[in-house]
Design a protein around this ligand. Structure first.
Ligand SMILES: [Zn+2]
Length: 266
């Protein structure tokens, strides 16, 4: 019966099915929150602007990275409201406002723990169950994701120290969030230990962090990712623009320049 139904209608049916798949892919790219897309076995990444991301693991664990939303000029208005986020954990690379600005509010609203530098997380005044302090070399597990704290060359006044994070997924892939670091030689050890397939790469430049050219050199010199997602640019005129980022990577097809609010699946 099924074969008889399929055979005469096959071309039209397949076209319709392909259309539905294309539509689903498109809607998952434009409807990141409220109903986060969760394609099984995939890593879903939504850029919330600047250094803020929502990452959903292949097993469905939602991690909010460096949430700075309400005052972030690059965050779309529809994504600024803290109450819409229900992550399994909030990860903060360092205490500067453009990385930690909404961490406490979202933690209080959602009950999610904050993962960050031990000395800084202690200062938030959160219930003990929501304090997940780490230091470089440390590891915590949240849902099906193992989170490793790695070094970053930057500042974190008044509290804690700057870090990057490596998210180790159950499917064997790793994602490296560089934080605000400059290039440094121990990136070779991050590659040796974790071989990240996806890098959320600070490229902002200006007075605060490495510029796109130096960030591109860091990837060329130390890493072999499949996907490079630039961040920390375009938020203010003093930072690098998307055109600057593209120019520095000279057509590298691994570079995925996203728009704030956009979701991609890997
Ligand atoms: Zn920053």
């Amino acid at each position: 019966m099924l074969r008889r139904l399929l055979r005469p209608a096959a071309p039209a049916l397949w076209l319709a099915m392909l259309g539905a798949v294309a539509l689903a892919a498109r809607s998952s790219a434009t409807n990141p929150l409220g109903h986060p897309p969760r394609p099984a076995g995939k890593i879903t990444i939504t850029w919330l602007g600047h250094a803020s991301f929502l990452v959903v693991s292949p097993g469905g664990t939602q991690l909010l990275l460096d949430p700075w939303l309400r005052q972030n000029p690059s965050t779309p208005d529809s994504l600024k409201d803290s109450s819409r986020y229900h992550p399994a954990a909030i990860l903060v690379t360092h205490s500067h406002f453009d990385h930690s600005g909404d961490a406490k509010a979202i933690a209080l609203a959602s009950g999610a723990p904050v993962v960050g530098s031990y000395d800084w997380v202690q200062t938030l005044g959160l219930p003990a169950a929501q304090v997940m302090g780490l230091n470089v070399g440390g590891t915590v597990k949240v849902g099906d994701v193992t989170i490793h704290a790695v070094p970053a060359v930057h500042g974190s006044v008044p509290d804690g120290r700057p870090m990057g994070f490596v998210l180790e997924f159950a499917d064997g892939r790793n994602l490296y969030d560089t934080g605000d670091t400059w290039i440094f030689g121990d990136m070779a050890l991050i590659q040796e230990l974790y071989r990240p397939a996806i890098i959320l790469l600070n490229v902002g430049g200006g007075p605060f962090t490495e510029n796109p050219q130096t960030a591109a050199l860091a990837v060329r010199k130390y890493f072999r990712p499949n996907v490079i997602i630039p961040m920390h640019y375009g938020t203010f005129p003093i930072l690098a623009s998307a055109a600057d980022v593209r120019a520095a990577f000279r057509g590298d097809r691994r570079l995925k320049v996203m728009t704030p609010g956009e979701t991609r699946v890997f």
